[in-house]
Design a protein around this ligand. Structure first.
Ligand SMILES: [Zn+2]
Length: 206
């Protein structure tokens, strides 16, 4: 389980304005056409390239023999690349810490929090890639909600509504839109698994 934690939901006022100025909805809708791309695909190909550049077949083979410090260095390098690929405006680095029952989380404050078990010996680089991509995708969503990125208006409205109903705490997490099918989760899961899948495929069949 990876989640957004303790994020202070921006007030409606903050969410619908950008530095005090109303967002240009027409401009945002135009941006869809000029990108010609679905929002969920934004930055994903670039993340696949970053993952393949950093987690080479040699790294994948030797991961089990590396020290936690070496693994953390690679994880931090990948996080840096993902932040660039998602064009994050507020990236503040990777924090590896002990946590129970989850692989990572994001608070919308620019830090990607990764569970220390993912850099211990019984870990997989695929899980590291999946989690970092997933958590930084949440950062991208939060930044989009407050107006830093040109996502389609509908996506932004959907993500804002998702943030309002978001919870990873039982019992509300059992509500489908609370967590599992929350639009923020489906989008972040798509990002993380797409990149991990591409890396696995590259590793398996070249
Ligand atoms: Zn999540």
């Amino acid at each position: 389980m990876s989640s957004i934690e303790q994020f202070n939901i921006p007030s409606k006022l903050e969410a619908i304005s950008n530095n005090g100025a109303p967002l240009d909805v027409q401009h945002m809708n135009d941006a869809v056409d000029s990108f010609g791309m679905e929002t969920k695909e934004f930055g994903i190909e670039e993340c696949k390239d970053s993952a393949q550049r950093i987690f080479t077949p040699e790294v994948m083979e030797n991961w089990g023999q590396m020290s936690p410090e070496q693994r953390q260095k690679l994880a931090a390098e990948y996080a840096e690349s993902v932040a660039e690929n998602f064009q994050l405006v507020d990236f503040k680095g990777l924090s590896v810490e002990h946590m129970e029952g989850k692989n990572g989380y994001n608070r919308g404050d620019g830090i990607v929090h990764l569970s220390d078990h993912l850099i211990q010996s019984q870990s997989s680089p695929l899980q590291v890639v999946d989690t970092i991509t997933h958590e930084l995708r949440h950062q991208y969503q939060i930044e989009s909600i407050v107006g830093h990125h040109n996502v389609p208006f509908e996506t932004r409205a959907e993500w804002y509504a998702g943030l309002e109903t978001y919870t990873s705490k039982a019992p509300w997490a059992e509500d489908p839109v609370g967590y599992k099918y929350n639009p923020l989760e489906t989008d972040a899961r798509y990002a993380g698994t797409s990149v991990a899948q591409a890396l696995a495929k590259d590793y398996l069949i070249g």
